[in-house]
Design a protein around this ligand. Structure first.
Ligand code: HEM
Ligand code: HEM
Ligand SMILES: [Fe+2]
Length: 456
């Protein structure tokens, strides 16, 4: 770690771990409700738990992205962060807004739009918060002595993510229009600009961990960005199939969304190629494992399980079933949760000076969380396929079908238990690192700087 202010990332990451823990708690509340153990129903009914679960997911991922940016931007721009105190204030206010939103959901105050349930007044606070964040890292980047592709792609991803938040704040009386613009946020985030954020962070990690020349690693990033925009923008059409929009969306959405996995495949091949090419063995093996795992699992969850239901002829039957939940879990995990965890695995030793990068606990955390998540996804697939056949093909009643598939949620809960073991180990490893220390600044924990200097 080169600069004092990079340590701010620690507090964002620690907050992300806390929110992830809460997200899992609400996941279990739903999972148990699904098998008939719904004792909390009076206080936390399924719909409340669902909104809290998915909103916490989005908030901890954004917190993780922000932490990553506070670490990466000073390093890439080669100067301290412009307003460090403001960054702490921004974190605290972000958490306060998050808590306020969760309280609102429990009081049944929300907007009835999946993923964007946050009440409107709080939306404005989110906007201010994100503007402050963007200004802070933006000015730092602007005044920096170097402007790398990695930092610019990361910044553009964050900036566009902020801009795309706005279409979700327009009010419509018309259900179709409302859906239409909701996807500008939800789809264009995860299948557009968040991919730039992921690409930027992955690029940073690969440069650090593989030792391949920056020019080579960054060249690939352009290809990924190109593929993402080429497919992802018109790919939005896969949400416009049968919602009252013109018929041409069936063709546009079908074709372009079917191309989207290419960007994720590109990312996986890129990461593997860089790891193979890099002659250097960075001592932080687990950070490289998380980085490569992210590149591969995002292809499986987003690319492969995405294409499984993106064609109009298939989506007609699978829309809004547990097939969607199956894909949603592995895609979010593989692409965005894993990139944040990879970044944490890389930066913690840098910020604290403690080299806990090859412990068996760190390795178990990786494997059990991933195997657990794959098991959860498998159980949701079984439930989803059964639901589609019974409800959509054979025409059985919705609730009767939900009863039929109850057993699959026992399987899901077992997978979730394994997953939770992995996350627990990850969090224990996190806190065993201790707090960020002043000595770690400029200490070149893994010999990164010495290695880079020896090359030039
Ligand atoms: C990391 C990237 C991705 C993430 C995090 C993600 C996540 C999600 C989530 C959470 C939903 C449910 C949204 C809602 O109903 O509000 C969804 C829906 C969908 N996703 Fe993805 N996705 C990703 C990439 C992809 C890709 C690349 C494809 C296609 C190849 C795809 C195809 C679909 C389709 C067709 C739906 C609609 C399902 C339905 O009709 O109910 N996704 N995705
Ligand atoms: C112990 C862990 C977890 C359990 C038990 C769990 C359980 C659930 C359940 C029961 C649902 C509702 C599905 C339905 O509508 O019937 C859900 C939704 C969702 N969960 Fe989880 N979850 C867990 C962890 C996670 C993690 C780690 C992620 C992301 C990385 C995640 C992402 C999502 C998403 C995106 C949805 C919405 C899916 C959709 O739009 O259909 N969950 N979860
Ligand atoms: Fe989409």
């Amino acid at each position: 770690m080169k600069f004092q202010t990079q340590k701010i990332a620690y507090w964002f990451f620690a907050s992300a771990m806390l929110l992830l823990t809460l997200q899992i708690v609400y996941g279990f509340i739903m999972g148990f409700a699904r098998i008939g153990m719904d004792g909390l129903h009076e206080w936390i009914p399924f719909n409340t738990a669902r909104a809290v679960h998915t909103n916490l997911l989005v908030v901890w991922l954004l917190t993780g992205f922000m932490g990553s940016a506070y670490y990466i931007i000073p390093e890439e721009a080669n100067r301290e962060l412009e307003w460090p105190k403001l960054a702490y204030l921004q974190l605290i206010s972000l958490l306060l807004v998050g808590v306020a939103a969760i309280v609102c959901y429990h009081l049944n105050i929300w907007e009835g739009r999946k993923f964007l349930e946050i009440p409107r007044p709080l939306d404005y606070l989110v906007v201010v918060n994100v503007l402050v964040f963007l200004a802070n890292i933006g000015v730092t980047l602007w005044k920096g002595t170097q402007h790398t592709t990695t930092s610019i792609v990361l910044y553009m991803g964050l900036l566009f993510a902020a801009l795309l938040y706005l279409p979700g704040m327009i009010d419509f009386d018309n259900q179709t229009l409302d859906s239409f613009y909701r996807w500008w946020v939800v789809h264009l985030w995860v299948e557009g600009v968040w991919e730039l954020i992921m690409g930027g962070i992955l690029c940073f990690l690969l440069i650090k961990l593989t030792g391949v020349d920056r020019e080579v690693v960054e060249k690939w990033l352009y290809i990924i960005v190109g593929l993402t925009f080429l497919s992802g923008i018109l790919g939005t059409g896969h949400h416009y199939y049968y919602i009252g929009t013109p018929k041409y969306w069936l063709v546009i959405g079908g074709i372009f969304s079917a191309l989207e996995p290419l960007a994720f495949l590109g990312m996986a091949l890129y990461a593997l190629a860089m790891a193979k090419k890099g002659g250097r063995k960075h001592p932080n093996r687990i950070a490289l494992t998380w980085s490569l795992g992210c590149a591969i699992m995002s292809f499986v969850g987003a690319g492969f399980l995405g294409i499984a239901h993106t064609i109009p002829q298939v989506n007609m039957y699978t829309h809004g079933t547990l097939i969607t939940a199956m894909h949603g879990h592995l895609a979010f995990w593989g692409a965005y949760a894993m990139i944040v965890l990879a970044m944490i695995a890389y930066t913690l030793p840098q910020m604290t000076g403690r080299k806990l990068w090859d412990t068996s606990m760190a390795n178990w955390a990786f494997w059990t969380s991933n195997i657990g998540m794959v098991a959860m996804t498998g159980a949701l697939a079984a439930a989803g396929i059964t639901q589609v056949v019974l409800e959509r093909r054979l025409g059985l009643d919705f609730l009767a079908v939900q009863k039929e598939i109850e057993m699959h949620f026992v399987g899901m809960l077992l997978g979730a238990a394994l997953f939770t073991v992995g996350i627990t180990l990850f969090i224990i490893t996190f806190f065993r690192h201790g707090l960020p220390s002043d000595e770690a600044v400029g200490a070149d924990v893994a010999g990164d700087t010495a290695w880079a200097a020896s090359k030039s």
